[in-house]
Each structure stands twice: as C-alpha cells, then as structure tokens.
Design a protein around this ligand. Structure first.
Ligand SMILES: C[S@@+](CC[C@H](N)C(=O)[O-])C[C@H]1O[C@@H](n2cnc3c(N)ncnc32)[C@H](O)[C@@H]1O
Length: 283
C-alpha cells in the first residue's frame, strides 16, 4: 500500500503519535503503521489519511480519537512469570523489610499491558503474606489492555514461557482453553489508565517505594526515555527503586538514580541526600 507519496503522511502521523505517547516509528515500520492507521481511520469514517490527520490534530474531538488510535498501535506483549527473579527480589528484599519495619510500601507497575506483570507480583506478595500490607498500582496507556487485566481471563499465550507451578496452582484456574486468575489478586490492584508522557496524568500516583517500568522504554527515542525516567524518579521516595527490563539499561542517561546490583538483578535507586554523599551517584 505504501508508496513514496505515503512518506509525508507517515511522517506527520508518526510525529503526532510520538508527541502524544512517545512511541517512535522508523522507516522500516511504515507499512505496518499505515495499515493500522488506515484500518482505524476507515472504522471512524475517513476516506483519506490526510483528512484523518487533520481531524486528529485540529478537531476538538481529535485528542480523544488520537488516544483510541494509540490504543490500536501499542504492543501489549507480556506474559505471566516474565523476568521472575527481579519480582521475587522486590517481594523478599525490598517489600518484606519495609513491612517488617512497620511501613506500608507503595508499588507501581507503570506499563502493565494486560496485567500479567503486576498479577505475578501480587502472587508473590500474597504467597509471602504481604499483599494486604502494600498499595499496588498498575497502569497502562491502553484502555483495552486494562479491560483484559480487570477481567483476569487469559489465553495460553499468557503462560507460554512456562509456569511457576507453585504460584500457578494456587492462583490460576484452568477453564477450558482459558485461565482465570483468582479475583482476590485482581481486586488487590488499583488499575489506572495513564500515559507516561503526560506528567499531569501521573500527578496522583504519589511517592512509591518501587516502580516497575519494564519493556516499554524500548519503544521510545532516547530523549523521551530521559524525560520519562525523570518523571518516574519524581514519583520515587528517597531510597525508592526503579526497575527496567532485564535487557534495558539506563546507565547512558546519567539519571539522578544510582545503579545497584542485588542478587544479580540490576536496579536504580533514588539516593537520599545522606547516602548520595556517602556513595556517589550513577554515571
Ligand atoms: C511490551 S508491553 C510491557 C508489559 C510489561 N511491563 C512486561 O514487561 O511484560 C509495553 C506496554 O507499554 C505500554 N505503553 C506504551 N507507551 C506508553 C505510554 N506512553 N504510557 C503508558 N504506557 C505505554 C503499551 O500499551 C504496552 O502495554
């Protein structure tokens, strides 16, 4: 479908999407991107992509439709027990000591897709008797993904990389070709639709002990990553910790966070004024 004539339309549409949600598309993604936008624009009655673009950019209803379009563009790829060791570490090494010292930790899974990540963490916390002692928030830009999360019914793909049988036996029930997650876990999570690139939307998150932002920064350009990480940092308590995906690193950004290794898991800690004078901050 794409021709050289599509290139300017691709350029203005991707710029608009990136401005709103941070998602960056390179030239190699032109065909897939334009096909998805075309499908959505036809669904809402536009005959040309250019008309659709003008609507998105200038019409009073444009911002709302742009969010609907973005919901159809995002990759909600996730599964249960993904990158499990860092989640185990959060439960046993970060949350358990805070609870033991009489505090109520606040945890935010900041791009949770269909919820498998915060639900896995909820299983680990429940197993350790900690779930009722924490605030667990899970957010994503995709309303459609959050609807799946809130229903708690998943297909085989959500368990495709194997299961932790102890957790699965306790919290996941097989129903035909679907899996139902124990409603207790779903209800223990505060699900919210939030765009990480709009700071005002994040204002109510409050100060967190742990923020998970895994496997989403890869979709952003470097300057967007830097901006989002800065935002996330403002939502960390002193000594609070940010976790990114195991294949992601923030070292090249020179953030206000110190990189630490704990049981072979890398995490980024917001230094309190005292500890920063003692240990120095990350490059
Ligand atoms: C690949 S999934 C990662 C899910 C989970 N964190 C994991 O590691 O399995 C990336 C998620 O980031 C979300 N996302 C993309 N841009 C976003 C933005 N600007 N604000 C909030 N969420 C965003 C997408 O909707 C998608 O659900």
């Amino acid at each position: 479908m794409t021709t050289s004539a599509s290139r300017p339309v691709f350029a203005i549409l991707t710029a608009l999407v990136e401005e709103r949600a941070g998602l960056h598309y390179g030239p190699g993604e032109q065909d897939v991107f334009l096909e998805r936008v075309q499908t959505r624009s036809e669904e809402v009655g536009f005959e040309s992509l250019l008309d659709y673009y003008y609507f998105l950019r200038y019409d009073p209803g444009g911002a709302r439709e742009l969010d609907e379009l973005i919901d159809r563009l995002v990759v909600n790829e996730t599964y249960f027990f993904r990158e499990l060791e860092p989640l185990r570490l959060i439960a046993s090494q970060l949350i358990q000591p805070l609870v033991s010292s009489g505090r109520r930790p606040r945890i935010w899974s900041a791009a949770c897709a269909t919820g498998e990540e915060p639900l896995t963490l909820a299983m680990l916390l429940a197993q350790a008797g900690l779930l009722s002692q924490v605030d667990l928030i899970a957010s994503d830009i995709s309303q459609r993904a959050l609807e799946v999360a809130r229903r708690g019914r998943f297909g085989r793909r959500s368990l495709r990389y194997g299961i932790d049988s102890e957790l699965a036996t306790r919290w996941i029930r097989e129903e035909g070709d679907r899996f139902q997650i124990d409603p207790q876990l779903i209800e223990a999570i505060d699900w919210r639709r939030l765009n990480l690139c709009v700071p005002e939307e994040l204002a109510d998150i409050g100060a967190c002990d742990v923020v998970l932002c895994r496997n989403v920064l890869i979709y952003f350009r470097e300057e967007t990553v830097a901006r989002v990480v800065e935002q996330l940092t403002t939502h960390l308590k002193p000594d609070g910790v940010l976790l990114v995906g195991v294949a992601e690193s923030l070292l090249r950004f020179g953030t206000a966070l110190a990189c630490e290794e704990m049981n072979q898991v890398f995490l980024y800690r917001k230094l309190s004024a005292l500890s920063s004078t003692q240990t120095g901050s990350a490059p």
